[in-house]
Design a protein around this ligand. Structure first.
Ligand code: NAD
Ligand code: WQD
Length: 338
């Protein structure tokens, strides 16, 4: 009988982490969640229990706390780590740069030290399309020049990627996944996106407007050099993104070194198109207006995801409409139980 591999998932109580836990369990892995609940709460952990029918082991620990992490690694066999734990709000990072540098960098270095001392040599890291800033051409591939980041948040992801490049000498093999714009929720509607406070991201703002928590959505600018004047992004269903982590684990178990993959659909969708699709698929009229541009937004960014398609053998399964329907089902369910 083969022993099931155990994956430590930092940030597993958060949006992308919780969806990845589901796909990992379904793929036959044991999972241990490490999260300090600084940007999440018990609700997604409860959702995981309902969805999976088991309680996933959970430790409430700040990844910056080396001793607490080391205790977990000493008491549990861990075969690989997926590191989601980080702060992610671009605007907040501009106001509180030190919080971002401290949390995102020190949680990574503390984790790497722990992996090194406990001889855990496989890591999947959450990177972001934000490392590209405004790319010279789209679709953007992994070879594109990395310019000065637009925000402290973006800078932390660039710096983390650099750290991961440099630790190759320690014998830790890494896959960094550069996510584009994850949206949607698990089709069961038992887990989904739960932003604390006012959402920064488009889709939770749409669903919260539709349910009446927000009065009106503002579309940030319709004078960009794009077909309808609104910004273009690569929106990827969060369950598809979660699947990419399972594929990345298969890959890193067979490959040494440091590897980087874009994770997106390869298609650009404008803000107006997304809003229209939300209205159409959910049969809802959304209250929105056109406002001014949001500082720091780039006009157009979408992925060349061929490397992930060909090397990881990963492909998205869900459409944008599926994602918008699942996001709406989740919003309705979570508000009805609150
Ligand atoms: P999230 O805020 O929902 O989840 C992050 C989780 O990490 C939260 O549960 C939080 O409590 C936890 N956490 C934060 N700092 C921690 C620490 N020091 N120790 C332990 N736990 C800590 O965010 P998400 O959308 O699930 O993002 C996950 C990862 O993906 C992040 O690294 C983020 O930067 C990256 N990412 C997200 C997006 C996106 O649009 N959501 C896009 C690209 C990359
Ligand atoms: C999408 C589009 C907005 C809200 C961010 C991070 C990026 C990555 C993904 C982490 C933009 C428009 C939004 C609203 C709007 N995250 N919008 N009204 O900015 O593409 O990417 O999340 O790594 O690093 O920057 O995502 O969802 O905020 O915006 O018109 O109320 O929706 O202008 O064009 P973004 P977003």
């Amino acid at each position: 009988m083969s022993i099931r591999k155990r994956i430590a998932v930092t940030g597993g109580a958060g949006y992308i982490g919780s969806h990845t836990v589901v796909q990992l369990v379904e793929a036959g892995y044991d999972v241990l969640i490490i999260d300090d609940l600084s940007r999440s709460d018990q609700r997604l952990l409860d959702g995981l229990k309902n969805l999976l029918g088991i309680t996933i082991p959970f430790r409430k620990v700040d990844c910056r706390n080396y001793n607490a992490l080391a205790e977990i690694f000493s008491n549990n066999r861990i075969d690989a780590v997926i590191h989601f734990a980080a702060f992610k709000a671009v605007g907040e990072s501009v106001e509180k740069p030190l919080d971002y540098y401290e949390n995102n960098l020190f949680s990574l270095t503390s984790l790497l030290r722990c992996m090194q001392s406990h001889k855990v040599s496989k890591l999947i890291f959450s990177s972001s399309c934000t490392v590209y800033g405004e790319p010279d051409t789209v679709p953007v591939n992994e070879q594109a020049a990395i310019k000065k980041a637009n925000s402290p948040y973006g800078a932390t992801k660039q710096m983390c990627e650099r750290i991961l490049e440099d630790i190759e000498v320690l014998g830790i093999d890494v896959v960094s996944l550069r996510y584009f714009n994850p949206i949607g929720a698990h089709p069961s509607a038992l887990i989904g996106e739960l932003p604390l406070g006012t959402p920064n991201n488009l889709v939770p703002y749409i669903t919260q407007t539709a349910i009446g928590l927000r009065n009106q959505l503002t579309i940030f600018g319709d004078d960009y050099p794009t077909p309808d004047g609104t910004c273009v992004r690569d929106y990827i269903h969060v369950t598809d993104l979660a699947d990419a982590h399972v594929k990345a684990l298969d890959f890193i178990n067979q490959n040494l070194g440091n590897h980087i993959f874009n994770v997106g659909t390869g298609f650009g969708v404008s803000v107006k198109e997304l809003v229209n699709q939300f209205e159409e698929v959910n049969q809802i009229k959304l209250n929105y207006k056109i406002g001014s541009r949001r500082p720091g937004d780039v006009a157009k960014v979408f992925a060349d995801a061929n490397l992930a398609f060909n090397v990881l053998r990963w492909k998205p399964r869900f459409t944008i409409k599926d994602a918008l329907q699942h996001a709406w089902h989740w919003e309705k369910r979570i508000r009805s139980i609150n």
